[in-house]
Design a protein around this ligand. Structure first.
Ligand code: SAH
Ligand code: DHB
Ligand code: MG
Length: 221
């Protein structure tokens, strides 16, 4: 058993469990045509994000790391017509592709794409008066800044908010003493989270079409 089987099982689940989704399929085609890296959440993970929105009743979401908007669409579906997603993306090209994909999905009006370094966008959001809060966060950009993204998310949260961080396992590479900034970011994130006493946190390892990885999920008290 190994990676090939994980991929085969995910392919099966995509067809057997999920409904056909021409919109998300078109997103992947558009992303490929624009040479975006294929690092979107997988279809079953995307559906998981939509379900989490539904379960929590989240109406305001902050996403960090838009890429072509695959996960953004899943979140925007989850918040419903009266919900809003703010998504942060440093690459104007990625943001442009995402904007078109969201338009095509009929969801552009519930999504605000903020172009620029996420740390800078987060600072401007924090300076808004009144300071907004978000019901759910999906952190999925450069992994080395995850500790800072997490801290800022907490500052923009309220009791009951949910914070999800993608790619916190990356084949467990953070266990070896590597100098990879992504691994350092992951270790610091786990330390950061451990030091708060107003959180209930879990990390779920995953296998599938994108290999062995996992996500962190925390609720705020
Ligand atoms: N959430 C997307 C995938 C995001 S990939 C999905 O699942 O569909 C990570 C994205 O984060 C890339 O588009 C990259 O350009 C962006 N990114 C990387 N560093 C960033 C930074 N410092 N600020 C904002 N965005 C950043
Ligand atoms: C990478 C980033 C992601 O958000 C992801 O889900 C997978 C890989 C990356 O930067 O390699
Ligand atoms: Mg990711």
């Amino acid at each position: 058993m190994g990676k090939n089987n994980w991929e085969a099982v995910d392919k099966y689940l995509d067809k057997f469990v999920l409904d056909e989704d021409p919109i998300l399929e078109q997103v992947l085609t558009a992303n490929k045509d624009a040479d975006l890296p294929p690092i979107d959440v997988t279809p079953t993970q995307g559906q998981f994000l939509t379900i989490i929105c539904t379960i929590t009743g989240a109406k305001s979401i902050l996403e960090i790391g838009t890429l072509g908007g695959y996960s953004t669409i899943c979140l925007a579906r989850g918040v419903g017509a009266d919900g809003k997603v703010v998504t942060l993306e440093k690459s104007p090209k990625h943001a442009e592709v995402a904007s078109k994909n969201l338009e095509h999905a009929g969801l552009r009006d519930r999504v605000d794409i903020k172009i620029g370094s996420a740390l800078e966008s987060l600072m401007s959001i924090q300076q808004l008066s009144p300071k907004p809060t978000f019901d759910l966060f999906f952190i999925d950009a450069d992994k080395e800044n995850n500790p800072k993204y997490f801290d800022t998310a907490l500052q923009l949260s309220h009791p009951g908010s949910v914070i999800i961080v993608d790619n916190v396992i990356r084949e467990g590479s953070f266990l070896s003493d590597s100098n990879d900034p992504n691994d350092i970011g992951t270790k610091q994130l786990l330390e950061t989270v451990r030091n708060y006493d107003n959180l209930k946190t879990t990390v779920i390892q995953t296998v599938g079409g994108k290999g062995w990885d996992g996500f962190l999920m925390a609720t705020v008290y």
